[in-house]
Design a protein around this ligand. Sequence first.
Ligand code: PMP
Length: 449
Amino acid sequence: MDKSNNVLYGNFDEDYITITRGDGVYVFDENNKKYLDAAGGVCVVNIGHGVKEIQEVVSTQVQQLAYTYGGTTDNIPRQKLAKKLDEWAPSSMGNTKTIFSSSGGEANEAALKLTYQYHNERGNYTKRKVIGRWQSYHGNTVATLSMSGRTTWRRNNSSLLLDFPHISPPYCYRCPWNKTYPSCNVSCANELERTIKQEGAENIAAFIAEPIIGTSMSGVVPPKEYYQIIRDICDKYDILFISDEVMCGLGRTGKNWGIEHWEVSPDIITTSKGLGGGYSPIGATILAENVWGAISEGSRNVSHSSTYGGNPLSCAVGLAVIDYIETNKLVSKAKIMGDKLLSRLKEELYEVPYVGDVRGKGLLVGVEIVADKESKKPFDSNMNIGHLVEAEARNNGLLILAGVTGLVDGADGDHVEIVPPYIIDEENIEFIVSTLRKSIVNVLSKDKL
Ligand code: PMP
């Protein structure tokens, strides 16, 4: 063990490359080796690395005012960014108000606290549980990990977790009900009602979901009826619907918000990663009018805050990132490039033995790797296939993400995720497709298995 390095890495046995600079879709390591960043860091670098416009905004804002506390004072970038997010939010949410934080987990934690407050203000003091889905991720605080269905991360902390129920994911490739769409009648959505009844509606505060599933089940897109059924059930039982747009939000899936593909209105949208674009940490919890309205008509005091939430520097960055997306029409670009990426991956990868499913929406794309295509049997999780593919791609100059193991049953199941910056071009797509194909073939060649 190298004692001269004092970083506690996620894995003691892995060699982490040291990235020293970024430019557009590329990053470079300390030996000046170039990598195409099709991971966008971790679905963060949506507008690319080293964007001049953002550098200028950061420099100007730092000189003018880097920090003021949002609990006692206000600042112009915060006001402007909240206004911009209101313009971006689905109009069905009415007039919105946003509370800022510094990460996706904090944005979801704020959503939970404000959900409790919403119910308290209306005299519902027992609505305390949040229903999530298995194979989902909402953050690493105790409350947000409790909402998450990421089994591998839950296990180490199981004694801390809150009593939050989970329903099956909308995973047609391996239907949890062993049914086939559309004759299934979308049982996976209707499972929400069954769970509410079992837990008692008086105990349920909210349902939270990533509209298109991210790192726990890369690129899974629910059927077209799914979220309307969810919305109707939430309304029936006075339960808020939180759309976790930490990955899907701000254009990645080809619309402003992932949930807009279903034309369904959430009560709360949370977002983070791409809002800062990698230039500053920021999280945002966007409340629909009915949610903040209950507080406004009730106690008129929000019992939630954080030191860095709404700081002028992060908000100025968020605003500049959205301006850049608008000016360069990057939401429609994410759709066009996403369609191309998905169709080229399907063309090239379905021929490869071991590629079970290729799926996604816009530039949130996942590839599921299986031991047997016919039976869809997964590899043993100890083989770490997803991570081996990620490492091989990195050797070949491509950064992608190994999805979290366990998408099949909480234990096994390998997948990789491709979430590049929206500025990728067709040449970049060809490099991604050919390098990923080569990496999967190399890792799974018979002599290595
Ligand atoms: N929600 C989703 C959908 C995420 O993908 C993530 C992070 N991968 C989070 C929440 C948590 O964000 P953070 O790591 O910034 O706390």
